[in-house]
Design a protein around this ligand. Sequence first.
Ligand code: SF4
Length: 363
Amino acid sequence: MNITFPHLGNVYIVAKAFLEELGHEVVPPPVPSKKTLEIGIKLSPEMMCLPFKVCMGNYIESIENGADTILITGSCGPCRFGFYSNMQEYILKDLGYEVDMITLESPREGFNEFKENVGKLIGSNSIINIGRNIKPALDLIKQADDLTQLSNNIRAYAIDKTEVNSIMDKYYNQAMETYGIKQIVELIQDTEIKLKDVKINKDYQPIKIGIIGEIYTIIEPFVNLEVERKLGEMGVLVEKSLTPTAWFKHHVYSYPFGSKEEKKKFKLAKPYLETLVGGHGRETIGSAVHYKNIGYDGVIQILPLNCMPEIVAKSILKTVGEDLKFPILTLVVDEMTGEAGYMTRLEAFVDLITKRKEKYRVG
Ligand code: SF4
């Protein structure tokens, strides 16, 4: 089988390596672009959320590159993500694409289906081969996320920010050319050394901003218009509240109980929102409180237009910001989002936080 999956930030690095270790021919999803989005818009229902459209475009590009199987995770709860795979499979079949869709749902949603789908992925691999690769693959998720965060940290202090960007661009490109877990681990280690060699201003005191909101939007740079890089170039130290590592910890390692970190966020959100609203709406509220508690200067919520869970969170964040006297900016993205307006809002927010900090320092 020639397998692909949706592009989601750095996830392709880990997924590609793991699937290669299982002996699959992997067609890595192309980095989303305007062309991806244009294809996705044409094939998706108009009011569908942005991640659906980008994924659709991504699938077509991968199919044109030879993919015949698509791997996607499933979901339950009040959010459209639970319908993604069924709807996307239906649209693809209607267009005449004969692709197999492997949807990894939680075993709670049907153990036999889960077993069948895992079976397709495992194929004729021996238990020994799977066991040998699972731990390195799980470690790799963290290594890849740690490297992204290291680049965010160094970019904030770097004297020449473009140096960090070019190291990371090279890493992302080379990751497409590697094969298996060992090669990608070596590439990550090599990139880490290069990042640590970048000249920094050690006395600089960056403002710190947490990125919160809908998971796909905050992880995929094409959809969030490279928010981490843009803020880093302004000298801001930035961290995302949700990463592939956090998702795995919560949904896979700690299944069925959930991770300690996410449970802590539910607790922090509780005075404002007690129930599940789908997606990561509750985590968004908890993350805002968390970033305030750990001394961040503000948070930016990013959500796709029409994202119900995040619309609920957005309406509550106003109260959170007022209660905690904590700056919160909300950015809504869709296919019409223009870079210039987006940049202006980011700059104005950074400006506001900088002035606010100076005022408290003087006062
Ligand atoms: S969280 Fe929002 S954007 Fe993401 S799939 Fe659900 S409804 Fe769509």
